[in-house]
Design a protein around this ligand. Sequence first.
Ligand SMILES: CC(C)(COP(=O)(O)OP(=O)(O)OC[C@H]1O[C@@H](n2cnc3c(N)ncnc32)[C@H](O)[C@@H]1OP(=O)(O)O)[C@@H](O)C(=O)NCCC(=O)NCCS
Length: 221
Amino acid sequence: MSAPADGTERIYVLAPMESDDVPEVSQLERRCFSNPWPESAYYRELREPERNYYIVLRQELATAGEPEAEREDARGPLALLPRLRRPVRLATRPLVGFAGMWTLYGEAHVTTIGVAPEHRGLGLGEVLFLTLVSEAIRRNAEFLTLEVRVSNRAAQSLYEKYGLTRQGVRPRYYSDNAEDAYIMTSPSLRDPAYRQHLLELKRRLVERLARERIDIVERSA
Ligand SMILES: CC(C)(COP(=O)(O)OP(=O)(O)OC[C@H]1O[C@@H](n2cnc3c(N)ncnc32)[C@H](O)[C@@H]1OP(=O)(O)O)[C@@H](O)C(=O)NCCC(=O)NCCS
């Protein structure tokens, strides 16, 4: 996908996942994965926000000519996005992505990440992933880890771009086709050199989004 031919800006809103989002997340999950979670698993995850962190990305339907959202930028250096303070009725906006993780015993474990097929290749997967990494750092996790299908080159490439490396294999991890999973883990999230690398990746991502005329704003809980 490339920038729209008419030069208009596309606006996406990143927000914490809420129970009302779950049916739509489930629908999108079925378009992204061959073994989606049952909706009940999401409701369970959302009941423990101190341990779990889930986000959604929706497309804002406003056009570039509308007044600028009021923003607040006073956040840590790894925060990717300005906060959106103008209230938006998000539930009416099309869902284009979702992601989540657990943080437990100083480790963040990415459980899911997906972007609607028609919105892929724009940097939105990176927006979601970098948001998880930033939150893992905010929660003082030391490592970020995940499982990924051995056949899923696109996702592996995203994780490799963010410095994750293969640490092992979980044989027959996926129940639908008995496929193996690679275990991938980040460098220490406390390592200053890795934090510097993340800042550089964020800078490049912001440039890429600007080139694609994509604006991303965050709505806090
Ligand atoms: C993986 C996924 C989230 C990527 O989302 P996306 O919005 O298309 O990704 P981005 O545009 O942000 O791309 C970021 C990076 O991902 C990698 N990537 C994305 N699509 C890729 C593809 N088709 N082939 C190879 N690498 C790819 C690249 O490293 C890319 O960086 P680059 O543009 O500098 O090369 C998306 O493909 C998806 O939803 N897949 C189905 C669900 C899934 O597999 N989730 C992961 C489960 S472990």
